[in-house]
Design a protein around this ligand. Structure first.
Ligand code: CP
Length: 367
C-alpha cells in the first residue's frame, strides 16, 4: 500500500484539520493574489464518470486560481471506460500525468478503490450515494461564515437522506462539534443509512430527532439543509415519482423561520426550493457554491503539501479485520470491478455485523 494521503471520506480529516482548511480558505478569500502562484507547474486531473457542474468546475477553477493547470474528462463516455477499462487501470494511468486527482463515480467505494492504485492524492468528488466530503467542506464554510460557529446549532436536514451523499458526509462533520442538534426531515423510505446511524451518530452520542414536515420544525432551526430526491439512485422509478415532490420550501413556509436562519442546498435543485426563496437574504445556496471553490483551493494546497512531505496519518488507512465475505450491495464498486479484493471489518461482535470497507454497507454474518 502506498503512503499517499487521500481524501476519500470526511473522516480522513480530523476536526482540527477541517478547522485549519476553513482558516486557509478564509485567508484565500481575503488575500487572493497571495495564492495566485501557489501551484505553479502543478496539474489536477478531474475524472468525472458521472455528471457534475459545480464540483468539477470548482476544482478546475480552484487549481487555475492557484496557478496550476487542469486535465481530465467530464463523462465516462469520453474515456476508455467505454472500452472496458477498469477504474483501477484508469487511475494508475492518470496518476502518471497529474499531481492530484479529483474523481466522481457512480459506484460506492470507487474513490477508495482508486486511491489504492494511485501514486498521487485522490479526492473523492462523490461516489454514488455514499459520500461527498468536499461538498461538506463547502457547507461548513458557508455555515461558519453565516453563523460564526460550527457548534451549538440546530440543523434541519431535509429530503433524500438515504441516497443523498452530501448528507452522509455533513452528518459526519456536524456531529463532531459540540452542542449541535440534528432534525431529520424525510419520508421513512429515505431515512439515513444504517452505517451513518450506528457508526457515526450513536457512538458520538449525537442529539437528533425526526420530523415529518418542514412546517413543524422550521421555527427552531439555525440551518435548513435542503436536498434533492436523487432520481438516479432509485431502482424503482415509480417510487421516485411518488416521493419526488415530498418536500418543497417556498416563501410562504419561510415566514415561520427565524430572521437569522440560513437555507443551504448542495445543488442542483429540482423543485424542492421554490425560486421565490432565492432573493430571501437567508438563502445561502449560491454563496455555498462560491465557498466550495475556496475550500477546494485550501484542500488542494493541504494535500499537495502533505504529499510533498510524505505525511500520511495512520487514521486514513483503513484496518481490514476480516476477509472472505462478498458485498451484496449492487451499487458497490466490488460488484462491477470484480478483481478488487472483498474487504470487510467486524463492526459489532455481539451481533456479528460486518461492514464492507468500500461502500460501508453493514451485513450480518453470512457469505
Ligand atoms: N453539489 C454538487 O455536487 O453539484 P454537482 O453535481 O453539480 O457537482
Amino acid at each position: 500500500m502506498n503512503k499517499i494521503r487521500h481524501l476519500i471520506d470526511i473522516s480522513d480529516l480530523t476536526t482540527e484539520e477541517i478547522d485549519g482548511i476553513i482558516a486557509v480558505a478564509e485567508d484565500i478569500m481575503r488575500h487572493r493574489a497571495d495564492y495566485a502562484h501557489a501551484c505553479d507547474g502543478k496539474k489536477i486531473a478531474t475524472l468525472f464518470f458521472e455528471p457534475s457542474t459545480r464540483t468539477r468546475l470548482s476544482f478546475e477553477a480552484a487549481m487555475i486560481e492557484l496557478g496550476g493547470n487542469t486535465l481530465g474528462f467530464a463523462s465516462a463516455s469520453n474515456s476508455s471506460t467505454t472500452k472496458g477499462e477498469s477504474v483501477m487501470d484508469t487511475i494508475r494511468t492518470v496518476s502518471a500525468y497529474a499531481d492530484i486527482i479529483a474523481m466522481r463515480h457512480p459506484l460506492e467505494g470507487a474513490a477508495l478503490a482508486a486511491s489504492r492504485r494511485s501514486v498521487v492524492p485522490v479526492i473523492n468528488a462523490g461516489d454514488g450515494g455514499h459520500c461527498h466530503p468536499t461538498q461538506t467542506l463547502a457547507d461548513l464554510l458557508t455555515i461558519k461564515n453565516r453563523h460564526g460557529r460550527l457548534h451549538g446549532l440546530t440543523v434541519g436536514i431535509c429530503g433524500d437522506l438515504k441516497y443523498g451523499r452530501t448528507v452522509h458526509s455533513l452528518i459526519n462533520a456536524l456531529t463532531r462539534y459540540p452542542g449541535n442538534r440534528l432534525i431529520m426531515i424525510s419520508p421513512p423510505e429515505l431515512g439515513i443509512p444504517n452505517y451513518v446511524r450506528y457508526e457515526i451518530m450513536e457512538p458520538r452520542g449525537a442529539v437528533w430527532s425526526t420530523c415529518s414536515t418542514i412546517e413543524d420544525c422550521i421555527a427552531d432551526l439555525d440551518v435548513l439543509y435542503m436536498t434533492r430526491i436523487q432520481k438516479e439512485r432509485f431502482a424503482d422509478l415509480d417510487e421516485y415519482e411518488r416521493l419526488k415532490d415530498c418536500y418543497v420550501l417556498n416563501a410562504e413556509k419561510m415566514k415561520a423561520a427565524r430572521s437569522d436562519m440560513s437555507v443551504l442546498h448542495p445543488l442542483p435543485r429540482v423543485k424542492e426550493i421554490s425560486v421565490d426563496v432565492d432573493d430571501d437574504p437567508r438563502a445561502c445556496y449560491f454563496k455555498q457554491v462560491e465557498y466550495g471553490k475556496f475550500m477546494r483551493m485550501a484542500l488542494i494546497l493541504r494535500l499537495l503539501d502533505d504529499a510533498a512531505k510524505g505525511y500520511c496519518p495512520e487514521t486514513t488507512r483503513r484496518e481490514i479485520l476480516s476477509e472472505g465475505f462478498v458485498c451484496r450491495n449492487p451499487k458497490c464498486v466490488t460488484a462491477v470491478e470484480t478483481d478488487l479484493p472483498q474487504q470487510f471489518s467486524l463492526r459489532d461482535k455481539a451481533h456479528n455485523v460486518y461492514r464492507c470497507e468500500y461502500c460501508e454497507t453493514r451485513f450480518g454474518h453470512q457469505k
